[in-house]
Ligand binder design. Sequence first.
Ligand code: UP5
Ligand code: MG
Length: 196
Amino acid sequence: YTPTDATVIFVLGGPGAGKGTQCAKLVSEYGFKHLSAGDLLREEQDRPGSEFGEMIKTYIKEGTIVPMEVTIQLLENAMSMAIEKEKKKMFLIDGFPRKLDQATTFEATVVPSLFTLFLHCPEDILLQRLLNRGKTSGRADDNADSITKRFRTFIETSMPVVDYYEKNGKVERVQATGTVDEVFATIKERLKERGV
Ligand code: UP5
Ligand code: MG
């Protein structure tokens, strides 16, 4: 089958909220396919011969959102590959959609989402986590300047996506300030309530 028949859960939350960390745990317990839009963009950035490499680099450093044509194509390709090669049909899409038109376009052209898991965390904790990770991550956007820009983009551009889905009853909001295991336990309860 094709991405049209896939089940998709969006995983959203501020920079450093724990999207990647929690998705990894969900993969080992539920067998979902985890696709991080940010990871896919970083891979494309580093792919020799990519026509988008320089553009992606600039967007990531500035904490702004890469045009959706690129991101949706990368996601669609990765979904098709996981369906074909790994026989996966349940997807966690992490860090996407980050803008309202990306949400509506993806749902209209790829597949509607089941719901959005939203990891809620105050900025002071996010900042601590990201600066700490920045000591070893090698990520070009884990520095104070880029982090400030990422926070602004998140509030101004990405939160409207969460608000939109929340109005439609399609958001599971989880407090992401506890330990990794505490947050995971809450997420599992919410998935159960959603019949996953
Ligand atoms: N950590 C995690 N959970 C913890 C907990 N409960 N207690 C204590 N520490 C915890 O975690 C971050 C750090 O916190 C880690 O060190 C972890 O150990 C610790 P992580 O799981 O990595 O958080 P995550 O939410 O995944 O943070 P990330 O930095 O990946 O989030 P962003 O949303 O900023 O990054 P992303 O890779 O999604 O996007 C990067 C950029 O790509 C964007 O800014 C944008 O420029 C671009 N982009 C697009 O343009 N379009 C897209 O669709 C996607 C990305
Ligand atoms: Mg991440």
